[in-house]
Design a protein around this ligand. Sequence first.
Ligand code: SF4
Length: 360
Amino acid sequence: MLHKIINSAKSRLGDRLLILGHHYQYDEVLAHADLVGDSFQLSRLAAERSAGGSCDYIIFCGVHFMAETADILANSPSNLERRGGRRVEVILPDLYAGCSMADMADYESVLSCWEQLSAIIDIDEVIPVTYVNSSAELKAFCGERGGIACTSGNARAVFEWALSQRRRILFFPDQHLGRNTAVKMGIPMKEIIEWRREEARLGGNNAETIKASRILLWDGFCCVHQRFLSGHIDEIKNVIPNVRIIVHPECRNELVMRADEVGSTAYILKRITESPAGSAWAVGTEGKFVDRIAKQNLDKTIVNLSFQPSYCSTMGLITLQKLADMFNPIETGEPKNIIRVNENIAKNALIALQKMLEKN
Ligand code: SF4
C-alpha cells in the first residue's frame, strides 16, 4: 500500500521531485530513491541535479548533516541565479535523524579549541578541516578560515592539499578517519595528537606536545564503525580462512592496519561488485549496507566482519511510512520537515564544500 502511495505521488510530481538515498537506508526506502550513493556522491548529485531544470524538492533519505549539505549546494548563489531565484526545498523525512558523530563536535567547543590553540601557537599555521559528517556551522567555520571539508573518499587528497597550505591540520569530528589518513601519509604517530573535548585545558595536551604536532584530532567517532575490533579479524579468519578483510576508514587504526583493504562506502561497493565469483569478503561497515551487497552478490561469500553487525540507528529512523508521509504536504503546497541553513552560514560552508568537491 505504501509503495503504491509513493509511486503514484512520484509520478504526479515527476521532475519536480528528486529522492536521494544513502547506502545505509533500508532496502524498501531505497527502492524509491532516484539516486543512491554515499555522502560524497550524494553531495555532488544534489549540486548537479538541482542546478537548473524543474526540480522543486529533494527528499533526502539520510541524516541531518546530509540534508544541510544538499540545501547549501542546491541553493548556492549560482544555482539560484540559474533558476531565476527559485529555491529547491530539501526535506528530511524524520527530523530526529541525526549523526552521533557529527553531534560530538559543536561550534562553541571547536571555537574554544581554536582560541586555546591561538594562545600557544601561530594560528595562521593551522588549517581547519572538517569531515562532511558535521554541522553546517562547522563547515562555515572552516570556510571562513581558509579550511576545507572532506569525505572518507577524498580525505587523503584533502589532507595533502591542506598540508601544502599550512603546517598543521585541526581535524574534526572523526578521530579515526583523521588518524588513518595521516598514518597512510606517513606522518609519525608522535605528530598526531588527540584533542579530548572533555578536558578543561588544551584538550588534555601540554603546550610542547601541541607545538610538536602536525595533526590535531578531535576525539569524535562513529559508534557504528568503532565497534569493529582487531579481534574480529581473527574470529572471521577461523571460520573463513581465505576471506579478504575490507573496512571503512571510520574504523579504529589497529583494525585498519590489519585489513586487506580500506575505503569509502562507494569503494567497498565497487571493489566487491567487481571481484570474481567465489571470492570471500568480511566487511567492516554499516550492517544494512553489508546485508544488501551480500544479497546482490550471491556468487560470493560476503559477511559482516563482526558476528554482531552494527546498524546505524539514526539512518534507520527513515522508514517507508515516514517517506510516504512527506508527499501529501508537498502536493498540497505545504511541505514539511524542510532543512534550510541560515544564509550567512551557508555562504561560508559553501566555500569549504566547493573545495571538497574539487578534490578527488
Ligand atoms: S554510520 Fe556513523 S557516521 Fe554514519 S550517520 Fe551513522 S553514526 Fe553518523
